[in-house]
Design a protein around this ligand. Structure first.
Ligand code: IPE
Length: 250
């Protein structure tokens, strides 16, 4: 059983307060991971929260709008590395053999925006008993400079590469919500839920919940979107929140 888990940036940071880790939330997530029956068969991806999005907005960078400003690249990538170090340190202190993997050092987008992400380091680290911890980042983008690479895109690339059985997206909400704020149990096509999916309320340069759902529908493993309180249940094999299973999902 291999799991790819995304910890949303809003879960582990105070999204409205620049570069602030939500220590209590990070420590709760880390405990759930450290105590989970999944053990070391897990790849963790975390989002940007208040480390990535504010800097990206300052420099006008998104997944499609790039920058050639080296100060912008250093600000955004540097902030994400600082958050990654905080996550890796917290996991290490809890006994999880976590190691950092920085996507900016490896990935690229071509002029059409198609992503190429080498995954041999992730699969090899996993085979060797490490828990790779990746993060939303910048990516070299042909013709655009550097654009945002979201954690959701990483999850979509990593899940088939590690032959994931389950994908979890731990968000601040208990699942994907319909127009009445009720958790949608299962999503099999984007059109069915498009009207219910508005933008994210805090600054989010990579598409909010609509972007997440679109990306997760492309996976061949079922993906679950759930809130922080349900992380232990997800890792124990339960199906909290919303299950997203596109045409290719088992
Ligand atoms: C964004 O990653 C990374 C940057 C802004 C550089 P995500 O899009 O995965 O982050 P969250 O989870 O929405 O905060």
């Amino acid at each position: 059983m291999t799991v790819v888990l995304k910890l949303g940036g809003s879960v582990i940071t105070d999204k409205d307060d620049p570069e602030t880790v939500d220590r209590a939330a990070l420590s709760a997530a880390v405990s759930a991971i450290a105590e989970s029956p999944v053990g070391e068969d897990i790849v963790i991806v975390h989002g940007g929260g208040s480390f990535g999005h504010h800097h990206a907005a300052d420099y006008g960078v998104s997944t499609t709008e790039g920058t050639h400003d080296v100060d912008g690249v250093q600000a955004i990538h540097g902030a994400m590395c600082r958050l990654n170090a905080a996550v890796v340190d917290a996991l290490s202190e809890a006994g999880v053999p976590a190691v950092p993997v920085h996507p900016f050092s490896a990935a690229a987008r071509d002029a059409d925006g198609d992503l190429s992400l080498p995954t041999a380091q992730v699969t090899t680290l996993l085979d060797e008993g490490f828990v790779p911890v990746l993060h939303g980042d910048l990516v070299a983008h042909a013709g655009a400079g550097a654009t945002v690479l979201s954690g959701d895109e990483l999850v979509v690339e990593l899940a088939p590469a590690v032959d994931a059985d389950r994908v979890g997206v731990c968000s601040t909400v208990p699942g994907v919500l319909d127009e009445d704020g009720v958790v949608i149990d299962r999503i099999e096509a984007f059109e069915a839920v498009a009207p219910a999916l508005g933008g994210s309320d805090a600054t989010d340069v990579s598409g909010g919940m609509a972007g997440k759902v679109r990306a997760l529908l492309a996976l061949s493993a079922p993906a679950l979107v759930f809130g922080p309180d349900a992380l232990s249940a997800f890792l124990a094999g339960e199906s909290p929140g919303t299950t997203i299973a596109g045409d290719d999902a088992d």
